[in-house]
Write a protein that binds this ligand. Structure first.
Ligand SMILES: [Zn+2]
Length: 116
């Protein structure tokens, strides 16, 4: 279940993505796009795929496959100096401290584009 708010967020990202790719590929037909969406990026991959299909309509990106790689989240606690894996956005250390730094999982990047 994806909230409307989340879809709006993903739609804005999908629109920027379509623009960014098209700025590089012009009128060439795009077959696939590979992206990195970290688990702590706040972006829901399924919602992004759905939003991308909408945003790509009527562009050379229409029908392109969006492949999403999801790097795991990792945080470092400044209070107890421990590193731990984190797959949700509740950024609290097991020790109870909120003084944590995200060291991985916030990626939101375009890795490659496959054109015809
Ligand atoms: Zn801690």
């Amino acid at each position: 279940m994806v909230s409307v708010e989340a879809e709006m967020h993903e739609l804005a990202i999908a629109e920027s993505l379509v623009e960014a790719v098209q700025a590089r590929t012009g009128q060439r037909t795009v077959r696939s796009i590979q992206m990195q969406v970290g688990r702590l990026s706040g972006v829901v991959p399924d919602a992004l795929v759905f939003a991308f299909e909408l945003a790509a309509q009527g562009t050379p990106l229409e029908g392109a496959q969006l492949l999403i790689d999801e790097p795991a989240g990792r945080v470092h606690c400044r209070t107890c100096q421990v590193d731990q894996d984190k797959d949700d956005l509740i950024l609290l250390c097991e020790c109870g401290s909120a003084d944590v730094e995200v060291t991985a999982g916030r990626e939101l990047a375009l890795l490659s584009v496959g054109v015809v």
